[in-house]
Design a protein around this ligand. Structure first.
Ligand code: PLP
Length: 395
């Protein structure tokens, strides 16, 4: 006899849950790619994404995932031998920096271990030391999906302004877009890197850069630029063939259009607040489980915790046992633990609370984890579900 009969739940930080409306939007025959509704709807969707990003800039799209958006950001602005600074306090910032190195860019890594907040003092010193303005760009990740830390984009922008340094500020918002507060114009973000399968609730396959006007002088001399990745035709051209460098991903655009419509109906500030509330609910449960010290948050400082995903540390390989049990017995798939550099960390698991989620999905996931802790006889503090319910009740 099995208990799992309803829908399974993928509680991993991307791909995230796809709303029924998004799924339904794809149920149609191949649309005209030259003119008509798809063209209009794409334009409308892109304007919506710019509004959500609070950006007066331009949106560029690719058929691709987050890795594509990373490479696009670098190849459109840099040449081999150029210098950049990578602010790395998680796994994803490090991978982006490694991609830059593979392209022949000289990367100064400013690491904060722990994980701890980005070291803006070290950034300020590095920028002050660069009197000749050789550094072309500063790279940072808003939410590191592996360790679940959130970084202050504003703090990095303020540091760059304090140093009066003209480098581009490039931000990976793949996990944070439409989850964490983001104000591109106010925070002076020059290149935002995004993908569609996390906060944007769309099947994987769309990658984006949102750019400020400041990028064009960098673009003009970037010798890493190649025809396929070039921002220029994609920013101003027709849906077919320029915007995607070939055939547009028709049904992903239909899906994305519906997702953006849903976010705009909700209001992005409300979306951020909902993510915060769901995160608080998860944190209340983890707080309770942590009593006794056997289970703990990976990010101890609440101010540095992402509202999109929470990484939880157990003793030994209990995290792996929890993931296996909960998947087999309850149909919930949790995020695996990721080591800072590469590979899997069996002592950690992650709960995603990004995208299309409601209290029963969050409380259900927490309840199933609680069942796993009981079934596997893993030491944990009591009262987690009560604490989580109190957060929902308070709303
Ligand atoms: C998911 C993620 C990526 C990688 O995205 P892919 O679509 O898997 O290529 C990069 N950065 C962050 C912060 C992410 O969360």
């Amino acid at each position: 006899m099995k208990l799992t009969f309803g829908r399974d739940h993928l509680a991993i930080p991307g791909p995230s849950t796809m709303p029924s409306r998004v799924l339904a939007a794809m149920q149609q025959a191949a649309p005209n790619i030259y003119a008509g509704p798809l063209v209009d709807l794409t334009e409308h969707t892109y304007q919506g994404l710019l509004r959500i990003a609070k950006s007066s800039g331009q949106l560029i799209s690719y058929v691709g995932n987050g890795h594509a958006a990373w490479e696009a950001s670098l190849s459109n602005t840099l040449s081999p031998g150029d210098e950049i600074i990578a602010l790395v306090n998680g796994r994803f910032g490090g991978i982006w920096a490694t991609v830059a190195e593979a392209l022949g860019v000289k990367v100064t890594w400013i690491r904060s271990e722990g994980p701890s907040a980005i070291d803006t003092d070290a950034l300020l010193s590095a920028l002050h030391a660069d009197g000749g303005h050789r550094v072309q760009a500063v790279l940072m990740v808003q939410t590191d999906t592996a360790n679940s830390i959130v970084n202050s984009v504003e703090a990095v922008r303020n540091t760059m302004d304090e140093a009066e340094h003209p480098a581009l500020l490039m931000v990976d918002a793949i996990a944070s877009f439409a989850c964490e507060p983001l104000r591109m114009d106010d925070w002076g973000v020059d290149v935002l890197v995004m993908a569609c399968q996390k906060g944007l609730m769309t099947p994987p396959g769309l990658a984006f850069n949102i750019i400020s006007d400041k990028v064009w002088p960098f673009h003009a001399k970037a010798s890493l630029n190649t025809p396929y990745w070039d921002w220029k035709p994609r920013v101003s051209g027709e849906l077919f063939p320029e915007k995607f460098g070939g055939t547009p991903p028709t049904h992903l655009l239909l899906a994305l259009s519906e997702a953006v419509k849903m976010l705009e109906e909700e209001g992005i500030e409300n979306t951020w607040a909902r993510h915060r509330a769901h995160a608080e609910c998860v944190w209340a449960a983890v707080d309770a489980w942590s009593a006794g010290g056997y289970i703990r948050f990976n990010i101890d400082n609440k101010a540095l915790r992402s509202t999109a995903v929470t990484s939880i540390v157990t003793q030994n390989e209990d995290a792996k046992r929890i993931q296996e049990w909960i998947s087999d017995h309850t149909g919930v798939v949790l995020g695996v633990g990721l080591l800072p550099e590469q590979g899997i960390d069996n002592s950690q698991f992650r709960i995603a609370h990004m995208g299309h989620l409601s209290p029963p999905m969050i409380l259900g996931t927490l309840s199933c984890i609680n069942s796993a802790l009981i079934a596997l006889d893993i030491k944990h503090g009591a009262g987690a579900l009560d604490a989580a319910c109190k957060v929902i009740a308070a709303h």
